[in-house]
Design a protein around this ligand. Structure first.
Ligand SMILES: Nc1ncnc2c1ncn2[C@@H]1O[C@H](COP(=O)(O)OP(=O)(O)OP(=O)(O)O)[C@@H](O)[C@H]1O
Length: 263
């Protein structure tokens, strides 16, 4: 499944002619229309300042469009009552570009936070949190405080916190910006596993090597407009279909076979 203009009857997120500006500033996003189908995986790219973070904010309910419609599980985000926001936000895992860890909590407690907020008991999640931290290479830093970690380590804590509750949507803003290529691939595998379990994923990145690793649609922002390149698999299927249609059209035009007895 792919990000595409209104192809899904019940998308997780739908943008319909969306524009966005900050205050009285210029419109930085213009006429954006697309769906994020349930369980889809897509990358978001574009030059610095193109509006990637702003687009993600519209998805994770931290900003409202200046015009057009953004709907989240079928609900118009511009008219959502404030009291509904916490419940909706719990369905989204976000990896912020600047991490936003709680500096007074240990690595373990930062990652466990979404589970605690959801009312789970420590004894129920302790093993899962430890396993996830080991997977992102932080098994020996579980009691450290975030300010004592490197940027790449803090980024991995932020990723573990975003995925630990298996959110329905995962939004990640430059999630591999501070790690080496090997760890970048490991984190990508984590996102792919989560996607297999049904999570819809959007990853904003400048890292084209990362983009090449997954056969997913690529949404590119440029001058406020969005271009969506379908996945390689989908482009190939479309090319095969065009070729088959071309062959059928040629067959239909060829003269009847005299041996067949047709007039
Ligand atoms: N809070 C804000 N108030 C006013 N303008 C803002 C605000 N946040 C972002 N902008 C402007 O909106 C535009 C898009 O910014 P945004 O952070 O969305 O881009 P980006 O593609 O994520 O950039 P980067 O790749 O550098 O993170 C920029 O011109 C930026 O200056």
């Amino acid at each position: 499944m792919t990000a595409s203009p209104h192809s899904d009857p019940e998308p997780v997120v739908r943008f319909d002619n969306v524009g966005m500006r900050y205050g009285r500033g210029p419109e930085i996003l213009r006429d954006l229309s697309f769906d994020l189908p349930r369980g889809s995986f897509q990358f978001l790219t574009g030059p610095s300042g193109a509006g990637k973070t702003s687009l993600l904010k519209l998805i994770y309910l931290a900003a409202k469009p200046s015009r057009g419609l953004v709907s989240f599980f079928g609900r118009d985000t511009a008219t959502l009552p404030r009291r509904d926001l916490p419940d909706l936000r719990r369905r989204i895992g976000v990896v912020f570009q600047e991490f936003r860890l709680l500096n007074h909590l240990s690595v373990f407690d930062n990652v466990a936070l979404p589970l605690r907020v959801a009312g789970k008991k420590r004894s129920d999640y302790a093993e899962d949190v430890a396993e996830l931290l080991a997977w992102v290479g932080l098994g020996d830093r579980m009691s450290a405080l975030p300010p004592t970690l490197s940027g790449g380590e803090q980024q991995r804590v932020a990723i573990a916190r975003a995925v630990v509750g298996q959110p329905e949507i995962l939004i990640a803003d430059e999630p591999t910006g501070n790690v080496d290529p090997e760890m970048g691939m490991r984190l990508l595998r984590l996102f792919a596993e989560l996607n297999k379990l049904g999570t819809t994923i959007v990853i904003a990145t400048h890292d084209l090597q990362l983009v090449r690793m997954v056969d997913a649609p690529v949404m590119t922002l440029s001058n406020g407009h969005l271009h969506i390149r379908p996945s390689r698999g989908r482009r190939q299927r479309e090319a095969d279909q065009r070729e088959a249609e071309g062959r059928e059209a040629l067959d239909a035009m060829s003269p009847p076979d005299p041996e067949s007895g047709d007039e």
